[in-house]
Design a protein around this ligand. Structure first.
Ligand code: GDP
Ligand code: ZN
Length: 461
């Protein structure tokens, strides 16, 4: 079925999975109120005013058995998140009762919502643009205050504004070209190309500064991809635990875009680190060292930051040297751990150290240098994200890809003009740029894109 024609009533549990004091089951669509009413005992929901909360009970319509005591919010279109009629049932009976409520709603005519389908409807019904839809996703996944702030900004439509303005610039210039083609007697060809060239350069410059924020966006979004490497027994796990325990940091498993991929995050002083290839890092049987040097090398490829741990109380071995060599082109922190013991190696004695490496001497036993590790990580993180102008940060790979494509279009415009190409050919590239930018906000979008994009959301959003 086409994405744009599904207007049946959908239902899902909108609160995160797991045990909580209350859960919310959400319905959206033409029949939302009628379907809720079928399983509800209390006021007649079809008669209550919009945007009211109503007390009552969920009752199985088949056998009349009581399922849960609930509060039901009725919100009629169009002033709702999806712009459709929305009903939210606040249950408080735990997972079993909440699932039962959902089942009863499905049995009464609702369809189980696909992941992200509520947000997709908000988009299809014109309530939000694509950048805003993506920021809803960002909000759900935000791991730091800063990430949250950027997402909220985007939800406000800041990126949308910026893109819309750029498209307007392009449109203006194209209109100008049209006028000049229609009135060739004025011999304005030269003026027109000059104007187009300037516009193309201006828009290109704006795209550049947006693209510069994309790396920060990636880091904000997914955390600083960090690999902690070192041969067995140098103290990787001990250091990590120090870093974590000091902060009572939360280790969370966050499902990636594919269901089976689980990424592990730790939060160090508000900086989200995405730990690479250290699954089970806190397990007692300590999988960190089992990963070994070979696999560490593979993990390095994806890392924004590498923490190389050495044991300063022992001679360097070939594994240490290999890791130092393999990480030499990377943004890295080299840690001389166990400095509570008599040192055998020092930063001065290690030849594989570069001038711009950050070197820290630590002890996981006495806690020395741990604070310094945190500061360094915080500094690397912040230097990555603070250069964003007016808080518009490109947070999705999709947006970044389209911006790069738009920039290609503009490069074609610029090189075309410089090569003396006829104006109507240049015009085609300028128009492509306008289209490409339109895809960012969803002015022009293919169906599959929409389906793919929204399927990345969690269920119930
Ligand atoms: P990993 O194999 O690199 O993860 O190393 P572990 O964290 O499991 O530590 C290996 C051993 O070294 C353990 O017995 C730790 O207690 C010890 N250890 C770790 N860090 C230090 C340190 O800074 N000083 C001393 N003296 N021992 C340490
Ligand atoms: Zn370990």
């Amino acid at each position: 079925a086409s994405a744009v024609t599904e207007y049946d009533t959908i239902a899902a549990i909108s609160t995160p999975p797991g045990e909580g004091a209350i859960s919310i089951v959400r319905l959206s669509g033409d029949q939302a109120v009628e379907i809720a009413q079928k399983v509800f005992k209390g006021k007649d929901l079809t008669k209550v005013e919009s945007h009211t909360i109503n007390y009552g009970h969920i009752v199985d319509p088949v056998d009349g058995s009581l399922v849960d005591e609930v509060m039901v919010s009725v919100m009629l279109a169009p002033k709702t998140f999806t712009r459709e009629d929305v009903v939210e049932i606040n249950t408080h009976g735990g997972i079993v009762a909440t699932n039962k409520v959902l089942q009863l709603l499905i049995g009464s005519g609702a369809r189980m919502a696909e992941p992200g389908e509520f947000t997709k409807r908000a988009f299809l019904n014109g309530r939000i643009d694509l950048t805003q839809a993506e920021s809803v996703m960002d909000l759900i996944r935000a791991k730091t205050d800063k990430a949250m702030q950027v997402a909220v900004n985007q939800l406000d439509g800041n990126l949308n504004h910026l893109i819309t303005n750029l498209r307007q610039e392009i449109l203006d210039s194209l209109a100008q070209v049209e006028v000049n083609i229609d009135y060739p007697e004025y011999d304005t060809e030269q003026l027109t190309t000059k104007m187009l060239l300037e516009k193309a350069k201006l828009v290109s410059k704006n795209i550049d500064s947006l693209l510069k924020t994309a790396d920060s966006g990636e880091i904000l979004q997914h955390g600083l991809a960090t690999a902690i490497v070192g041969k067995p027994n140098v103290g990787k796990s001990s250091l990590l635990n120090r870093l974590l325990d000091e902060d009572k940091a939360i280790v969370t498993d966050v499902a990636g875009t594919t269901r089976d991929i689980v990424e592990q995050y730790v939060n160090i002083d508000g900086v989200p680190l995405k730990l690479i290839d250290t699954a089970g890092v806190r397990d007692t049987n300590d999988k960190v060292e089992k990963i070994g040097v070979e696999r560490s090398k593979k993990a390095l490829k994806d890392a924004d930051l590498v923490i190389v741990v050495l044991d300063s109380s022992r001679e360097l071995e070939s594994d240490d040297i290999q890791l130092l060599e393999a990480t030499s082109g990377k943004h890295r922190i080299i840690i001389f751990n166990k400095n509570d013991l008599v040192p055998v190696i020092t930063p001065e004695t290690v030849k594989q150290i570069n001038k711009d490496d950050t070197i820290l001497q630590t002890s996981a036993i006495t806690n020395e240098g741990i604070e310094k590790i945190k500061q360094t990580i915080g500094h690397i993180f912040n230097s990555g994200i603070e250069d964003s102008s007016n808080n518009v940060i490109i947070t999705s790979a999709r947006q970044a890809g389209l911006l790069r494509q738009a920039k290609e279009n503009l490069n074609d415009v610029i090189s075309g003009i410089e090569a003396g190409m006829p104006i109507d050919l240049v015009q085609i590239d300028m128009t492509s740029c306008w289209d490409t930018l339109g895809e960012i906000t969803g002015e022009s979008y293919p169906d599959e894109l929409i389906t793919q994009l929204f399927s990345q959301f969690c269920l119930g959003k």
